[in-house]
Design a protein. Sequence first.
Lengths: 619, 476
Amino acid sequence: MRDRKTMILKTQIAFLIAVTSLAPAKVDFAHEVLPILKENCAKCHTNGKYKGGLSLDTRETLLDSETVEPGDSQNSLFIQVLTAQDEDERMPHDADPLPTDSIATLAKWVNEGLAWEKGFTFKKKTWKAPLGHQKVDLPGPEGGNPIDRIAAVYFQKNRVQPPASISDARFLRRVSLDLVGLLPLQSELEKFVTSDLGEKREAKIKQILSRDLDYADHWMTFWNDLLRNDYAGTGFIDGGRRQITGWLYLSLKENKPYDQFVRELLNPTAESEGFIKGIKWRGNVNASQVPEIQFAQNVSQIFFGENMKCASCHDSFINDWKLEDAYGMAAIIAGKPLEMYRCDKPTGEKMDAKFLFHELGPIDKTSSRDDRLKRVAELATTEGNGRLARTIVNRLWARLMGRGLVEPVDMMSNRPWSEDMLDYLAWDFAKNGYNLKRTLSIIVSSRTYQSATVIASKSGEGFVFEGPSAKRMTAEQFIDAVWGITKTAPGKIDAKVERKSEKARVVRASLVKSTLLMRALGRPNREQVVTTRPADLTTLQALELNNGREFVNYLNRGATKLVDEKERVETLYLEALSRLPSSLEKQVAREILGARVTPESAADFLWAILMLPEFQFIN
Amino acid sequence: MSKPLEFKNRRDFLKKLGTASAATLAMGAPRSFGDEIEQPEAKADCCILLWMGGGMAAPDTFDPKHYEPFRKGLKVSDVGSTFPAIPTSVSGINFTEGFEEVAKVMDRGTLIRSAVQPDLGHILHSRHQYHWHTGYVPPQTVAAPHIGAWMAKVLGQRNEAMPAFIDIGQRLEGVGEKEELKAFHTGGFFGSEFGPFLLPYPDQAIGAVQPPKGMTPSRFANRYKLYKKLISEGLVGKSGSEFQQESMLQSMEKAHRLLNSREAAAFDLTKENEKSAGKYGKTRFGQGCLLARRLVESGARFIEVTTEYQPFKHWDTHEKGHTTLKRLKSEIDQPIAQLIRDLEERGMLDRTLVVIASEFSRDMMIEGVPGSNARDQTTHKVDVISELKHYGQHRHFTGGTSVLMFGGGVKKGFQYGKTANERPFVAVENPLAVEDLHATIFQAMGISPKTSFDIEGRPFYATKDGIGKPAMEIFS
């Protein structure tokens, strides 16, 4: 009787395998196999628990167990035990036998060679990112910049020679581009370099950060990328998207405390509601891309450095987030329990509102949508949520130093190269009113920032910090610089923002609609959240800079002005590179300009300077 | 003209790419779950997509149905096609009137009559075009690359002096829905290196690869020479990231190589002798086809030539469908046929895949597919035709679309799939979804539909979730 049952079961499975193998599609590990393993096997055979010596942590450990014969499920113990009649033998133990289609899937998976998601392991990371703030005792000597104090210990421990310091001129170029996105003026440079005031760098930093409008102009680029705000783009055509431009600009201009800034985005006013509204396309949209899920993904990524994109469709296999975490976040804005969809198919289960770090506190599921948004704004910025501060200080560090303390900047569960540095900066930021400018100031005041750029000798997991790295100018920085040098900025901005004495203010690239040149240089279509832009100049970009109409036009207009300039070589070097040319460079410059300077030769000289890597990189 | 550079195999290509731009590899080489995927053997080296943006109505082009000539009092429901059927060089395959020239070359190609698109509810050209061009329905969590960018990324350039992905005829500024068009005319997560080289006006294409207007070639060359001299005297190597700087200089070098190359002449339509140029006609699309032929000869990898999508223009007929198509067909019939003949004459058709496609079809009656909740978008909702402007395919139809292919190993004089003879004209045999159509195109090009890249830790596939299945029957 028993045998007959087994026979029938086996025949059924054989049939299922036969049927499914008619379809040439291979079993998909992530979407088909992994859910079965997770639900039925993981409890006893993964992540430290290896009953019977079987570890399913990775493909390798599974192969090592010798229970699987890739390509031959019939001779694989791993499959045989699933259909064993003896309950003591049958897997999973103390549970119903697996449904036949699940067994067939696993058998097919074995027959097809045991494909595995590269890099996937059931084993949990040994290091876990803390959620709360961590107290850091600053190492000695008192009074120095905290970053330098932590870095000194770090360098010593990692046997790194601290990077060399940089000149005043180089410092000014870097700090000016980093904080307000502009090259220093020639007069400013001269005054700064020749000043013999003590603490002049500190004073300069303070003065630059006090230029509220320049600061807001510059950081619009960063925040527009991050919050996917723009002045034109998909979605606006039919009201499926709303700008937050006015609110954002004002917030930057006022240096709005970051916790308040986040609260106003999550629990918005009419001016800032565009952010949580997301981008709505007419027609049917995949369940993992409806505006509610966009909210879950974007809030998790932007403010907390967590990737919820996988978990929007199925339990993630690259991090610990589950489908219910994504839907818990989505249900906050939905205003009602949301039915969960796995891979665009309804599961029949409903999910109530839940904050992604639910240990910080519950969200009353009976409360109104407005109350939930208020609550999520509270939870996001509550004292116990150190992740909010860590994520933003890490982004700021990455912008200024060329690489984050944690990389990628959107995977904040990764270990920073210095926990002390991240924890200290985050704590200081939260303790001092979430003041973005304060953190920027601490970073650029450090000797660590004011050092020569280096090329990291180790990247990836074994990364060791040896000093700041060079950054390529953003499209906006480049174009602002070109407009400044050639005096070709357009007449008006497209962004609807309040800039006092508008007429006197120079137009900034961050405030106009994207152009072909800007797109070519890496300004993104802001349909998705963008947190890092590509660092390399590509061939198509190089073409655009060689003969693109827009750029050539700037050069030609700038050249006519350059012809009249007396000390044109020195002036251009000072304006563009914040230094004087060497005698050899002067010689080549004269060669380009010719005996009698013409608009053509001046344009060529201008082009050559603007194409120098030294110009296009902030180092 | 120098010989297009073919890489012996992918490793050889990667090596070349590695020396050219190591950074482009940083994103990760193609990979799949578990075992390495096997790339199919390429049947074609390059691909030309002739894009009928706006929704090319199958019943009025390549899939004739019951024809009723225009007359007042005609019931809309009685009309299948507004053009009579004409024979082609393949018995059993008919086109509609106005495609007499393409009909003559049908014996060189395969006609797919069963392409289908998903029901996305309210029909937007922008969403379906994004889907067709990237394989993914927007919105997406990451910027999906255009299929041309996939080819540029996976297969690389055929000729180092020629951009891999060239887009002819579509303006991205000054036209309706331009933001929506920009969203998929992109290298996406592959980066701008793999994005389209845009040539909206074929007769001005040469400008894109010439020194700027008003600059003589000698001045241009001199400027670059002195620039390099300036760099050697400057701070390169003394500060900053050598790697980044080097990669920047390499890109400059590649750009200059194109600008100074003999290949640049391929962009110049005035270099084509008058007689052969004349065969393509004077329209922008015709000139685009001619340009595509010249660029393929010079080593481009993927070229899209479009009749240009503009809302409510050309194929996007919400009214006056018949008269609009009459004009449009007269503009494209001759150049399409000529392109095929020219490629064949040059012995290039076998290794060039030409695809004529559109985001969906059109119908006189049905919006979307039968039973869809899509809102009817025709301008004149009449049951009985009283004016010529009512006569035409004015609804967007996603249930059965024609795709015509030539070269690249596809069968000659072959039909794949079919639609019902009576309305609804849905695909009743071998329905081919977008991912399967892409898999078929990729198959010809030697790219597995499961080719994937690691994007933010997730695999992202050449066809949606790697599920695309090529229609192998169409290959000889």
